[in-house]
Structures are given as structure tokens and as C-alpha cells.
Design a binder for this molecule. Structure first.
Ligand SMILES: [Zn+2]
Length: 84
């Protein structure tokens, strides 16, 4: 005869095994992602921009007031705050 205590222990063990089996792929995926990030060199940073593919018309990104280079998406110069 199985006592209630043993039955409870069996049920808890089965549930723990089922939970572990369900969580194993997720944990393995997290571990794999972490290893890949370490291999890439640290935190999840965006890829470095390719300097070789610089566009020819860089005049659009240069401030016409002070000549400072600005990113294409900005509307105002980061040096003199003039409109680009
Ligand atoms: Zn400027």
C-alpha cells in the first residue's frame, strides 16, 4: 500500500521532471544565445557600420555653416545647431 506521503512525493517528482523537460529547450536556447553574444564580443550592440560603403554625396551630411559632419537623419547640426 502506498502512503499519501509517498504519493505526494511521486507526484511532485513527476511534475518537476515534466517542468524540466518543458523548460530544457528554452534554457538551452538562452544559453546558446548568450554564448553567441560572448563570441561576438560583449553586449547586444548593433553591427558596426561599413565605412567602405560611404556614399559619394557626403555634402548632404556636412553642415553648411561650420562644416561639421552630421548623420543623415538629423535635421540640425550637432556642432552649431544650424539647420542642415
Ligand atoms: Zn554646423
Amino acid at each position: 500500500m502506498v502512503s499519501p506521503g509517498q504519493l505526494y512525493l511521486l507526484a511532485v517528482t513527476v511534475m518537476a521532471l515534466v517542468a524540466l523537460a518543458a523548460a530544457a529547450p528554452v534554457l538551452l536556447g538562452i544559453a546558446r544565445e548568450g554564448r553567441e553574444r560572448l563570441r561576438r564580443g560583449g553586449p547586444d550592440l548593433p553591427a558596426e557600420p561599413d565605412e567602405s560603403g560611404e556614399s559619394a554625396d557626403s555634402s548632404d551630411h556636412c553642415c553648411r555653416h561650420c562644416g561639421a559632419e552630421n548623420e543623415g537623419e538629423f535635421a540640425y547640426c550637432r556642432e552649431c545647431a544650424g539647420p542642415l
